[in-house]
Design a protein around this ligand. Sequence first.
Ligand code: 5GP
Ligand code: ZN
Length: 114
Amino acid sequence: MSESDCIFCKIARGEMDAEVVHDEDDVLAFNDRNSKAPVHVLVIPRQHVTNLEEIGDLPDAVMKRLFEVASAVAEKLGVTEGGYAVRVNNGRDAGQEVFHLHLHVMGGRKLGMP
Ligand code: 5GP
Ligand code: ZN
């Protein structure tokens, strides 16, 4: 998957529409187009990295920032008190569909382990 074909890179570059909920220099958050919970947001680094195996390519501050933005989005969308799940689907058995690292932030209903 090259950056020119990657749908999350296209969203990050503004070439594809998304419902953006948080936008800053290195990190973007937008609603999942097929939400599986009342709150279901994807948090991505603008820099293309495929999965956790490439995490060394991301600056440490960006890695930390992904989780800070996940927390900020949860607060903004009102699920901090009730709680929320932050999930990474990494690779085939986890069902990863989009090969640009992203955090799923899901809340607004009870969420169990799969
Ligand atoms: P994963 O790769 O973690 O299994 O899931 C990718 C997620 O991205 C899915 O929940 C899917 O609904 C979401 N998704 C895939 N393509 C798009 C898109 O073009 N726009 C948005 N907003 N979400 C997408
Ligand atoms: Zn990408």
